[in-house]
Write a protein that binds this ligand. Structure first.
Ligand code: Z5A
Length: 223
């Protein structure tokens, strides 16, 4: 059976990484799997940086390098290169073995950040997403919805912000608007989760949504 790709998206500091780890533990515990037979394996990955090549690209993208500014188109192409490598060497082979893949960010981040945030042409971004993914889309994207200001404040409190986190607030507000538009355009694939609550409450909502999708995919998710 073909696997399932579940993506976590949202603005900085929204709690993607925290929730992805919680979902990973919950899926591994296996209570949701009501069938007899072997439960699918669960694999965690991310963009950028889900491959060896991608780790290098991630460093290039997120570290501030002297005075030279990375141009928006160069940034877009670096994300596309990271994705092409990730899709071919991690996502496709893992999904073809039937695994559930939990991925921190994917194509919708490029539309939100490089499209809405940087203002690059959508047709160019969609073309590059298509080239990098060969048409692979998420089966479910959990959009953690949080005001950009609150997310940035969480990141500030955690300490150590990167090149993109240091962009001005207007940029992050445009990114947030981008995620909202994507959710409105693809309401079945991109599900909104209110992330302005404590971690446990957010996890509870995510599990509730996941149960519906797991039931649809595997037929007998139980509780
Ligand atoms: N990017 C792009 O531009 N284009 C693309 O195509 C792709 C990516 C794929 C790297 O992503 C950057 O690449 C990112 C978008 C861009 N922009 N930046 N910077 P990343 O995913 O590696 O980085 P990130 O989004 O900035 O992740 P993050 O800062 O680690 O945020 P997070 O994973 O969403 O949150 P977290 O680490 O789980 O939590 C952040 C803090 O909040 C932490 O101290 C938690 O303990 C705390 N937290 C978590 N949940 C809560 C709740 N519910 N309440 C209160 N506090 C909480």
């Amino acid at each position: 059976m073909q696997g399932r790709l579940i993506v976590f998206e949202g603005v900085e500091g929204v709690g993607k990484t925290t929730q992805l780890q919680r979902v990973h533990g919950w899926l591994l515990a296996g209570k949701w799997f009501g069938q007899t037979g072997e439960m699918p394996s669960v694999v965690v990955t991310r963009e950028p940086g889900g491959t060896q090549l991608g780790l290098g690209v991630r460093q290039l993208l997120l570290e501030q390098r002297g005075q030279e500014l990375i141009q928006a188109k160069s940034e877009l192409l670096l994300y596309a290169a990271d994705r092409a490598q990730h899709v071919e060497t991690v996502l496709k082979p893992t999904l073809s073995k039937g695994a559930i893949v939990l991925c921190d960010r994917f194509t919708d981040s490029t539309i939100a950040y490089q499209g809405y945030g940087r203002g690059l042409e959508m047709s160019l971004i969609e073309q590059l997403n298509q080239i990098a993914t060969g048409g692979l889309t998420s089966d479910l994207t959990l959009w953690l919805d949080l005001d950009a200001e609150i997310g940035l404040e969480r990141v500030r409190q955690r300490g150590g912000s990167d090149r993109i986190e240091q962009s001005d607030l207007d940029f992050h507000l445009r990114v947030q608007a981008g995620f909202l538009h994507l959710h409105q355009r693809y309401p079945d694939r991109i599900v909104r989760i209110d992330a302005n609550r404590d971690e446990a409450a957010v996890t509870h909502s995510i599990q509730h949504i996941l149960m519906q999708y797991l039931d649809r995919w595997y037929g007998s998710a139980l509780n």
